[in-house]
Design a protein around this ligand. Sequence first.
Ligand code: ADP
Ligand code: MG
Length: 681
Amino acid sequence: MKLQDKVSEIKGVGDKKSKLLHNMKIDTVDDLLHLLPRKYEDRRQVSYIMEAPFNKDVLVKGKVLARQMRGNPYNRRTPLRILVQDNSADLEILFFNGRYLANYFNIGAEYTFYGKITLNNGRRQMAHPEFHKLGDKDDVRGIFPVYPLTEGFTQANMRKLQKDALQAAKDAEEWLSPDIVKEYNLCGPEYALEKIHFPEDEREIREARYRMVFEELLILQTGLFYIKHGCRAAGDGIVIGADVSVKEFEERLSFKLTEGQERVWKEIQEDMAGNRAMNRLVQGDVGSGKTIVAELAMYKTVKSGFQAVMMAPTELLAKQHFSSLKRDFEPLGVTVDLLCSSLKSREKQEVLERLKTGETNILIGTHAIIQPNVEFKSLGLVITDEQHRFGVNQRTLLAEKGTNPNVLVMTATPIPRTLAVILYGDLDISIIDTMPPGRKPIRTFLRGEDSRHDIYEFVRTKVKEGRQAYVVAPLIEESESIECHSAEELYEELSSEYRDLRVGLVHGAMRQEEKDSVMEAFASGRIDVLVSTVVIEVGIDVSNATVMVIENCERFGLAQLHQLRGRVGRGEHQSYCILICGHESAVANKRNEIMCKSEDGFAIAEEDLKLRGPGEIFGTRQHGLPELNISDLVKHVDILEDVKKVALDIIEKDPELTREENRPLRQKVKKMFGENIQLNL
Ligand code: ADP
Ligand code: MG
């Protein structure tokens, strides 16, 4: 049997079992061997019946004193009772529906039993244990793997299949270079497979697991580098001299940069002064002031004779940036243009023309700016705002508008640093970890359905004081259209509740222009209460909005709640976030508690990660990250750091993974990423 053979090659696996395995995504022997135990049972120590703890799995040994079936012996359901004894106490073994087992137990013979002991009327009992006759070839002593199973298999079945499949493990070839194996002290692949399933002690589990985690993370990281290496083209980058002064820009600012902004700005300047193109991610919580840092970089670029471009995910956000950039730059003689799909074609033509001649210094726009007809005279800096809304490809396309321009990407999605390293591959990372001074903390409350009336009244009071409010409809995973429907219903309800107020609605199924016009009405104060789905999540800035009501908050992730909350608290007035919880659960309660307690996006992201695990947060939908079998991006960060070095080394020497020695790695990358990767092989 070979690793690549179909599972049907294994004895006892017929059509039916093959199909069941296929449903678990297991087709080959190798796949089967990668169905890893989710835990192990330690059955090495035999306990005395008297000393064994109750309600915990224990291994005991006993001699059979009696067999009995109380009640009607011809009824299949009559329990079988076996009375056993060791030197310490008696134990009653129970098998419901276990009549067929009666003949297996010989009076006077010794057996081992593995299961939980309970105390029933002073009598020790163990129901449905695993058992073996002492001295049998598959005696129950040892460390036992416990597999994640679906119907159709018992643990015993699966153990047997794995034992058989392991015969093929001997042709598992070492595919890592001897240097890596030596440096990281990795065990061989055959050993790893064998010991991950049938270890003799904890040390063997650790060795096997370490190798497998290392492998998996290496495949992941290499794949990500492979996808992203195109972003950092070879050749020299554009150099923006460190001596170019931005003093006149800084002097016009009405505030002082925060500590975090200063630090990040310094990092950016160092990058731009070097002759390797900048490739930097700036992370900063909502409201931390990323835009100003971007403006500084743009200004310095323009003063050095180059153009700069900034791409935003929505037209509304692009327009918002456009007006603040115009305000900040025009007095300094820097020209700013806007490009988005709603422009009339004549206007568009004019902008394109000005870009080409270099008359435009700074361009801001939506993804309209990555269209092929957009040409720059001398592009020096490329910025993407709210990067998490774009794919890697779009970032690359934008950078390709210039010759090795400096690249800056900004995101408000707080991702723990270690994870950002993976998700953004070869980007350098800066974090703005300070908030502009004088911000009033947002007061966050958790309420139940029963407070709905009071909440509505509260919103009304705030509106009467001149403020505005958001009400976010429940998140509905399955379908955007149901979600929009629920937003519409909520809108109906609030419209009749607030006959005296102006209520607006915005949701994902509306056309972009409709969305923008509603958002503009809200921004300019023509709407008091805005009902929406999560579409408002992205960087819109309405400083007069001070109340954020979130319906069915238990459906949202922590990071998402935090982003939503970040829509308020942007002005001088006290802001409020009211979470309406529909269904309580332990996780929901924990999350709500964190939301009420913390306003720190990074702390919240870390908690979110702990509560939900990275799989959900960085699900394939958002980031294209494949599923992991054994490694955990949070638990194994230390291994990840080592792996990153190894992967970088491999990809630098062999960017296309075409070398013969990288063939197995290439295949593994292809298998892991599947459709998500274009490997030109
Ligand atoms: P974000 O990081 O969410 O994009 P913005 O760049 O939109 O945040 O900044 C939010 C607000 O804070 C803006 O109105 C901006 O003018 C203001 N701001 C930025 N930096 C400072 C600072 N150092 N001191 C005071 N206000 C600042
Ligand atoms: Mg922003």
